[in-house]
Design a protein around this ligand. Structure first.
Ligand SMILES: [Cu+2]
Length: 152
């Protein structure tokens, strides 16, 4: 009986050891963030995200830094990303690069004025290919301001 119990405990503990290394645990929003930069820009006849393809992994904390380097305001808008992440916060940065506002709760779209920077802190919770990143200002999507997001 004792032997059976020991074998049973060994099986159970090895099961949790294997899964414990696969499944993220603890407060995932308290990790050191991985910084990813994306620029919103425009030329005389085109509008774009640089890079236009972003990649994230589930369970890791990201700080997505969104800079508008263009001459007009732009939106970073993705319903798909919004549905695939847990947002810790969004921050608006002042001219000195320090946060001047912090927004909590789910985010779907961030509008950034020329020269402005915003940060979106999130933990992806769902993997998949997201093809709905765009700027929602009239004409910008048609002029090329679209992007792809992959969550592994
Ligand atoms: Cu735009």
């Amino acid at each position: 009986m004792k032997k059976i119990l020991i074998v049973f405990i060994l099986i159970i503990s090895s099961f949790f050891t294997v899964w414990g290394s696969v499944i993220a645990s603890g407060d995932l929003t308290k990790q050191e963030p991985i910084t990813v930069d994306v620029q919103l820009g425009d030329t005389d006849n085109s509008y774009l995200f640089v890079p236009s393809s972003l990649e994230f992994e589930t369970g890791k904390l990201y700080k997505l830094v969104i800079h508008n380097v263009g001459k007009t305001k732009h939106y970073f808008s993705s319903e798909g990303l919004s549905r695939s992440v847990f947002t810790r916060k969004a921050q608006v940065l002042g001219a000195d690069g320090k946060a001047i506002a912090e927004i909590k709760g789910s985010i779907r779209e961030i509008e950034v004025y020329p020269g402005g920077t915003a940060e979106w802190w999130f933990v992806p919770v769902k993997s998949g290919n997201i093809n709905d990143l765009k700027c929602t200002i009239k004409g910008h999507e048609e002029a090329g301001m679209v992007g792809k997001i992959t969550i592994k």
